[in-house]
Design a binder for this molecule. Structure first.
Ligand code: SF4
Length: 353
């Protein structure tokens, strides 16, 4: 049966064949704690009756989410410790997050902000809070880039988005406006001329970072939506999360990165999963992640290489965590590991004076 509206309840999940009746009770308990939403585009992608389906794993609530481990945190990347005014996260000197909305078109079961997003979450910034957030950006001339995230900023109407981008465009020291979104993939029909126009902050560079984790998410409709963004001159970047059971496979990762590049989306971030509550089932070790990311090198084009990063728990920012290719060799040489694992010595510089 074709889904024509977003699924938001466990009853609707069961009725759509996305959840077995036997799991209804536990799923209800999960849904009381964390938001659930699956758009028609995503519902159409999920293979019914396959518990290991990589799309289902990302969006269908699971009893494992009820178990919070001691190392997990409500605010795993420390947004709240860097929030000078509501809606702003100022972690690095030259850029801020502007969290205009805490609603998403889908709710990812591994979400790093799962305690903040959803219909019961922090909601949309009030007009007064938005004024204060814009005021903060205006008062801080070191802010060169504003990153709209949340929640998903592209759930806002084109009119609301245009208001925000116009206000940012009026701030002289802001040069770059970046949007982080899952909408082009999970609700591609929203990417129309009005929304694309609203993403352009006059006189500034607009970037859109598109979140996808499995190549099956790149449906013809998603490809067309992303093509519309690229054709409009918006620079496109990717972001993905390395997730056990979803994309912890060299072939899947290679197809995901190639898929992005084929759509004119430059692979940007590959996130190690955060310590969000109830997400241990998705977390692999950093060593496993390093091996997977190293496996992309040589196997796929340099264009297809994302940066593997960890948001250091507690709000200390992102750190690249890919395994190094350079170690100390004999006689002052460096030992360089190639993509097949071969080791080669590179000599130290000579004194030519
Ligand atoms: S789209 Fe982003 S913010 Fe929203 S639920 Fe997914 S990971 Fe969380």
């Amino acid at each position: 049966m074709k889904q024509d509206r977003t699924i938001r309840t466990v009853g609707e999940l069961v009725a759509a064949g996305l959840l077995p009746e036997a799991q209804r009770e536990e799923a209800e308990r999960v849904a009381q704690r964390y938001a659930v939403a699956i758009t028609p585009a995503v519902a159409g992608l999920i293979e019914r009756g396959v518990a290991t389906d990589p799309i289902a794993l990302q969006f269908v609530p699971d009893a494992a989410e009820l178990e919070t481990r001691p190392e997990e945190r409500e605010d795993p990347i420390g947004d709240l410790t860097h929030s000078p005014v509501e809606g702003i996260v100022h972690r690095y000197p030259d850029r801020v997050l502007l969290k205009a909305v805490h609603v998403c078109p889908v709710y990812c079961r591994f979400c790093f902000r799962r305690e903040m997003v959803g219909p019961e979450g922090l909601g949309t910034l009030s007009p007064e809070a938005m004024d204060a957030a814009i005021g903060y950006i205006t008062d801080h001339p070191e802010i060169w880039e504003v990153i709209l995230t949340g929640g998903d900023p592209l759930v806002l109407s084109a009119r609301r988005l245009r208001e925000i981008t116009a206000r940012l465009a009026a701030i002289q020291h802001v040069k770059v406006v970046r949007f982080h979104t899952r909408v082009p993939v999970v609700a591609p029909e929203r990417i129309d001329d009005a929304l694309i126009g609203a993403l352009k902050a006059s006189g500034k560079a607009s970037y859109v970072a598109i979140h996808a984790n499995h190549p099956r998410e790149f449906t013809p409709a998603a490809q067309a939506a992303i093509g519309r963004l690229a054709d409009a001159g918006i620079v496109l970047l990717s972001q993905s999360v390395l997730l056990r059971g979803v994309n912890d496979d060299p072939d899947v990762l290679a197809a995901l990165m190639r898929g992005f590049v084929e759509m004119r989306v430059k692979p940007y971030y590959m996130h190690h999963p955060d310590l969000a509550p109830g997400t241990a089932q998705f977390r692999l070790s950093i060593a496993e992640g390093q091996a997977l990311v190293a496996g992309l090198r040589g196997r796929v084009s340099g264009l297809c290489q994302p940066t593997y990063v960890l948001d250091i728990p507690g709000g200390h920012g992102k750190a690249p965590i890919a395994a190094g290719n350079v170690t100390q060799g004999p006689d002052g040489c460096h030992a360089i590991t190639d993509w097949r694992g071969g080791v080669h010595l590179y000599p130290p510089p000579v004194d030519v004076a």
